[in-house]
Design a protein around this ligand. Structure first.
Ligand SMILES: CC(C)(COP(=O)(O)OP(=O)(O)OC[C@H]1O[C@@H](n2cnc3c(N)ncnc32)[C@H](O)[C@@H]1OP(=O)(O)O)[C@@H](O)C(=O)NCCC(=O)NCCS
Length: 464
């Protein structure tokens, strides 16, 4: 049959992405049942889904965004917190045909473009012949063959074919085996290829909404270049066409042998997915600040070296003026308070025009964690850090109207120094008539905290 290239319009991409999101949800749910408890999660977000199965799993991702609205900030906050709480980065796989607002939104939140993957498709509009070179036999794996099937698929993945763009991910074998088992629970059908009676390769097929999703194709290294993958593909296409599917899809690494193989079988590139990742702040990234994690509930304070934009929601808790915030968000050093891997507070420290004077420019603690000592921990660490850098004075400014903040800083040892009248005006980017506890936001109070310089021996005993 001679087919022209399959053209992928937005509606087709929406259908494929929806099927992908459903598959991830079903697989992560299977993982949750396997592991018990609430270690994993499946969270709906706009028209997509965020899933976590276990450490390092290929099911830890956000899929299907951008075809029916854009996720709101609160939903993304919740998802990012859920990933961070499990020590996992948030990884969104976004179709090139998704609403471009999704990419803009994620990058503004500090997601970084890590890689791409290709989605290829084949219109199934006829009866497919199975192609099997002599000696190669492909069929649905029997339940007693599942372990052998898992082995061969895991082996195949452990030995990539070395063509094309290498994957930015590397899944441990045990995690891959678990993922394939979860796929099977989620209704993905395993196909096994035998070469002269020996297990030579495997692949799988899931049928949903008329789409045949082909996953997990792998050939054991000793049986490569004998047509095993072609045979596996043709058997699954034949079964999918017989089951009434009008489309088969497969995801590959760009330029890989898998992509070449499926293109030889008539698949066309439909679209690329951008893989956008927002990392967990690295723990103890700076050696001179020892992270002090006593228990998972305990708070540790570390220097942050991730993207600043990712901290914007925390900074906004302490800055009412977006223009002001834009002018200093990227400056200085930032300490973050982590509970487990959940970011619960921050403190930004700037140098001033006076060499021995530093300023706390912005600090905040997540509202649900306030009044539990996190703010004090951050200030103590800031004082330590400034002392080590031979600072003699720490400054901070807050609104005269904010009685709570004035109490907080004085409890940390700060004393009032000067008052700057009418600092918070529309001219400096603040809304008029803002009240804090019934007091008009108008004047700024400067407070300072004198620091005693540490001796050289003191400094070296901290270990670097
Ligand atoms: C100000 C802020 C950082 C304090 O953090 P925190 O983790 O709640 O502070 P802690 O729990 O360590 O509190 C330390 C002391 O300050 C007191 N304190 C903290 N916030 C207070 C408030 N709003 N009103 C009165 N006292 C307060 C605590 O009661 C505690 O006092 P204690 O030692 O007598 O028990 C936090 O409330 C916050 O993020 N606020 C919103 C953002 C903001 O305004 N930032 C400051 C910009 S200048």
């Amino acid at each position: 049959m001679n087919r022209g290239p399959l053209f992928c319009e937005v509606a087709l991409a929406r259908r494929i992405e929806r099927a992908e999101a459903q598959l991830m949800a079903a697989a992560a749910e299977a993982a949750r049942l396997r592991r018990g408890g609430d270690a994993g999660f499946v969270m709906r977000v706009a028209d997509g889904v965020a899933t976590f199965a276990e450490d390092g799993s290929p099911f830890n991702k956000i899929a299907g965004l951008g075809f029916d609205g854009v996720p709101d900030a609160t939903a993304l906050d919740e998802i990012e917190r859920a990933f961070a709480a499990r020590g996992a980065p948030a990884q969104a796989e976004v179709s090139a045909l998704a609403d471009p607002a999704v990419g803009a939104l994620l990058t503004a939140r500090g997601y970084r473009l890590e890689s791409f993957e290709n989605v290829l498709g084949l219109a199934l509009d006829g009866v497919y012949e199975r192609v099997s070179p002599p000696g190669i036999d492909v069929r649905v794996a029997r339940s007693e063959e599942l372990d052998a099937w898992l082995d061969v698929v895991a082996d195949g993945f452990a030995h990539p074919d070395g063509q094309g763009v290498p994957s930015h991910e590397d899944f441990p074998r045990e995690v891959l085996v678990n993922a394939e088992r979860d796929f099977a629970t989620a209704g993905v059908v395993p196909y096994i290829a035998l070469h002269d009676g020996t297990v030579a390769g495997g692949g799988s097929l899931r049928v949903a909404d008329g789409i045949a999703q082909l996953t997990g194709a792998a050939t054991a290294p000793a049986h490569r270049r004998r047509g095993v993958q072609t045979a596996l593909l043709s058997a699954r296409l034949a079964d999918a066409a017989a089951a009434g599917c009008d489309l088969a899809v497969v995801t590959t690494q760009p330029g890989s042998r898998s992509q070449q193989n499926v293109q030889r079988q008539g698949f066309h590139l439909l679209y690329t997915r951008a893989v956008l990742v927002r990392g967990v702040p690295p723990m103890g990234a700076v050696p001179h600040l020892e992270a002090s994690v006593e228990s998972p509930d305990e708070v540790s304070v570390v220097l942050y070296d991730g993207p600043r934009e990712a901290l914007r929601p925390l900074f906004e808790l302490a800055e009412d003026s977006p223009t002001q915030l834009d002018s200093y968000l990227a400056d200085g050093q930032v300490l973050v308070a982590l509970r487990g891997t959940d970011m619960v507070g921050h403190l930004q420290l700037l140098e001033t025009s006076q060499a021995d004077t530093f300023e706390i420019k912005n600090m905040a603690v997540r509202p649900d964690v306030q009044r539990s000592g996190v703010g004090s921990r951050l200030v103590r660490r800031a004082i330590e850090l400034v002392s080590r850098e031979s600072g003699r004075r720490l400054l901070v400014a807050t609104a005269a109207a904010d009685i709570g903040n004035l109490r907080f800083y004085q409890r940390q040892g700060f004393r009032m120094r000067t008052i700057e009248r009418d600092a918070f005006t529309t001219r400096t980017g603040y809304e008029p008539d803002t009240l804090i506890d019934g007091i008009e936001l108008r004047d700024r109070v400067w407070l300072d905290h004198p620091l005693s310089p540490r001796s050289a021996s003191d400094r070296s005993s901290q270990g670097t």
